[in-house]
Ligand binder design. Structure first.
Ligand SMILES: [Fe+2]
Ligand SMILES: [Fe+2]
Length: 300
């Protein structure tokens, strides 16, 4: 990132911030001996966040079996602390970036669809490949392009130009972003999640999702990269990126293969078929996270 661009970002006063409770929950997650009770109490300090976490825990995306989870305490026991942290992170980021306040640009309209689709596909592939990323692949997929939101909000004219040229010349967005904005969505996404103190794996995947072999968390960056490409293939493209590709030629594919994941055994025809209903799942996830929740959850 150019020094002048960094200076410009640092001086933006209304950069989105995470809710303070979310920051506290994420901080607690790092401490080794934190109790379930303490995490539940912390989330309860922010009733809308608590209600949304509980709602998501009971949604088709997380629910296990028929039993309804009545309290946060139970949700943490059933889903595990890692998944609750994932859910709290995504709910908080959604509220910070207010996807409801869409600008008129179509690029913005498809942004969340693409992000949620990438998260869901990453989760699907994670299971197929037995990677056991504990739901972190979903959060990473969901947030991989958040730098585009910041570009759209704070470098709007330049970003629109980058978008136009990317389509016109069939070039990747990160290239044209660099040309017109002096930075790209990976650098800006990295900047914002570091500022928010989000877990290190997220910053790493966001920075390297277009060059996964450079990442510290290589396998996860590569998984998100494959999911990103598939999301572009099965849903609307995001922010201009709509190039055609052959999966087995991709850097991400080789990274996964080199790390021992049986990508060549994946039945892509079947996966593409399974992904046909992704649009429905995406809409259902977005409405679960976005719709206002009634505060009728039980404390615990
Ligand atoms: Fe990207
Ligand atoms: Fe993407």
């Amino acid at each position: 990132m150019k020094a002048s661009v960094l200076e410009r970002i640092r001086n933006i006063e209304d950069l989105p911030t995470l809710p303070s409770v979310a920051i506290e929950v994420l901080g607690l997650a790092h401490s080794p001996d934190v109790s379930i009770q303490r995490i539940a109490e912390c989330i309860h300090q922010d009733p809308p966040l608590a209600a949304k976490v509980l709602k998501l825990a009971n949604s088709v995306f997380y629910r296990r079996g028929d039993r309804k989870v009545e309290t946060l305490h139970h949700a943490i026991i059933f889903l595990g602390l890692a998944e609750i942290i994932n859910i709290a992170t995504t709910v908080s980021v959604f509220s910070a970036l207010a996807p409801g306040k869409r600008s008129e640009a179509s690029i913005r309209e498809s942004f969340w669809d693409h992000s949620v689709a990438t998260g869901l596909i990453a989760r699907h592939l994670d299971k197929k490949l037995g990677m056991k990323s504990l739901g972190r692949e979903f959060v990473a997929g969901l947030l991989h392009d958040i730098g585009k939101i910041i570009l759209d909000q704070h470098f709007h004219a330049e970003f629109m130009e980058a978008y136009r040229v990317s389509i016109e010349q069939d070039r990747a967005m990160f290239e044209t972003e660099m040309e017109f904005c002096g930075t790209n969505h990976m650098e800006l996404g990295y900047f914002i999640v570091q500022k928010w103190n989000l877990p290190e794996y997220l910053a790493d995947v966001i920075l390297y999702h277009h060059q996964p072999s450079h990442a510290t968390h290589q396998a996860m960056a590569a998984l998100v990269s494959v999911a990103d490409l598939l999301a572009k293939a099965v849903t609307l493209p995001c922010g201009g990126d709509r190039m055609s590709f052959i999966l087995s030629d991709q850097e991400s594919w080789h990274v996964l293969k080199d790390r021992g994941y049986a990508v060549d055994d994946l039945d892509m025809e079947r996966i593409t078929f399974e992904m046909e209903s992704i649009g429905e799942q995406v809409r259902s996830y977005i409405s679960t996270v976005m719709e206002p929740t009634s505060p009728e959850y039980v404390h615990g």
